[in-house]
Ligand binder design. Structure first.
Ligand code: ATP
Ligand code: RIB
Length: 300
């Protein structure tokens, strides 16, 4: 079984589905609402677990009922929360998500307790979080100090480091972290924010700055995988799109699981495309994340 250590935010998603996305200043009626556990870190932890890995989740919960419910939910998924912290007096993080009928979305995040994660929390972790192999999977809805320290420790211990730069943060370059990253997985917008370039050039630029391999996700067009010796487009599966929230998380988690099992990056990205395609066929983030069996069925 593969092993994935996930660092990232745990949030509550307030999902509002509308006939279309409203314009600034406009009030739109006709929506339907549900809330559910979310946050890129939590989604990736759940997705990696469902895809078949042992998962340790490094995150911060608020000191409120909603956080207690989410903890119980994560534990029921089989995620190891031994090192997740609860921040006294803090509220849980929240994401407000608007989804239009064509599946497009707008998301705003209040980090809540996640904002309190720092390098000191990563320093306090025992060595066996990092020295037992596998993959570190990091997203950027938590403070960069914690992210940087986790990348440094995982790289030093020989883990495979996968960074999903969502949302994009130029400090990855400024702090000298790029050469410690085995696989960087921006979407097109994030690739442009990090380099000012279109996907093809962005991948080359990021590799020139030290990232070993780059996977740029291209939404319904699939993904571009660039390694030292290859450049491959993996097309997306043709599916009926309901809601793309969490597609990137399903993709990143399955990629990390496949890499932790020793598959090549192209094999991993192909398997991840199947996971993400399933995720876009259902509403919400975690409710849409597929099982290992479902991913295998679509990818075979
Ligand atoms: P999110 O909507 O979760 O923020 P993202 O912007 O991080 O996603 P995308 O590039 O939109 O990432 O999508 C990630 C992957 O999901 C794609 O590389 C593709 O494999 C799959 N995917 C996204 N949209 C579709 C689609 N319409 N049909 C099939 N697969 C899709
Ligand atoms: O990637 C999807 C996630 O981004 C949502 O679950 C929401 O919490 C936002 O952070």
């Amino acid at each position: 079984m593969g092993r994935v250590v996930v660092l990232g935010a745990s949030l509550t998603d307030m999902n509002l589905r509308l006939p279309r996305l409203p314009r600034p200043g406009e009030t739109l009626l006709g929506g339907t609402f549900f809330n559910a556990p979310g946050g890129k870190g939590a989604n990736q932890a759940v997705a990696a677990r469902r895809a078949g890995a042992d998962v340790i989740f490094l995150t911060a919960f608020g000191d409120d009922d909603i956080a207690r419910q989410i903890r119980t939910h994560d534990e029921a998924e089989g995620i190891d929360l031994r090192y997740a912290k609860t921040v006294a007096g803090a509220s849980s993080g929240v994401a407000l998500i608007l989804v239009g009928d064509n599946g497009d979305n707008l998301i705003g995040v209040a980090m809540g307790a996640n904002a309190s994660l720092g390098a000191v929390d990563i320093d306090a972790l025992p060595d066996d979080v990092f020295d037992q192999g596998g993959v570190l999977l990091v997203s950027l809805e938590v403070p960069i100090g914690a992210v940087a320290q986790a990348i440094r420790r995982a790289h030093r211990s020989g883990m495979t480091v996968v960074v999903n730069p969502a949302p994009a943060d130029p400090q990855l370059g400024e702090l000298g972290l790029l050469p410690m990253i085995d696989v960087l997985t921006p979407n097109e917008t994030e690739a442009e924010a990090l380099t000012g370039m279109t996907p093809d050039d962005a991948a080359d630029s990021l590799r020139a700055q030290g990232v070993k391999s780059v996977v740029i996700t291209l939404g319904g067009r699939g993904c571009l995988v660039v390694t030292a010796g290859s450049r491959t487009i993996i097309p997306a599966h043709q599916v009926e799109v309901v809601d793309t929230v969490g597609a990137g998380d399903a993709f990143n988690a399955a990629l990390a699981v496949a890499l932790s099992e020793g598959r090549t990056l192209n094999e991993a990205a192909s398997w991840a495309s199947a996971a993400a395609a399933i995720a876009v066929t259902k509403p919400g983030a975690q409710g849409a994340l597929p099982s290992r069996e479902a991913i295998n069925r679509l990818s075979s």
